[in-house]
Design a protein around this ligand. Structure first.
Ligand SMILES: [Zn+2]
Length: 113
């Protein structure tokens, strides 16, 4: 019983001390991720038309993803959804959709509709 209380106090202290670090860390990690995504898009040639994807393809995918999420929320209001984003770039030339793999830093064809 006493050990449990001590452990809880210790965890609480850890959380209070570390919490202010979580947000900046998340921001930094997200910044690194975005840089990798953009750098990869600047090098990747669309498998449909051969054009470089570029930054515009990421913006197109951001807009499309936001639209899909709004649509989903409208269909199921108030429901908590667990969604993993799988659309990261859309070719501005031919409209082919891609998913980004951060580990390999490359794009693969987006399959699910
Ligand atoms: Zn294309």
């Amino acid at each position: 019983m006493k050990i449990n209380k001590l452990r809880m106090t210790f965890l609480l202290i850890c959380f209070v001390v570390l919490a202010p670090l979580l947000v900046p860390t998340a921001f930094i990690l997200h910044g690194i991720y975005l840089r990798r995504l953009r750098a990869s898009a600047d090098l990747f040639k669309c498998i449909g038309c051969g054009q470089i994807l570029g930054r515009k393809s990421i913006e197109l995918a951001d807009d499309e993803w936001a639209r899909r999420m709004r649509e989903l929320m409208d269909r199921q209001p108030g429901r908590r959804l667990r969604i993993v984003r799988n659309l990261h770039a859309i070719c501005r030339n031919c409209g082919k959709q891609y998913q980004f793999d951060e580990k390999t830093r490359t794009f693969s064809e987006h399959l699910s509709a």
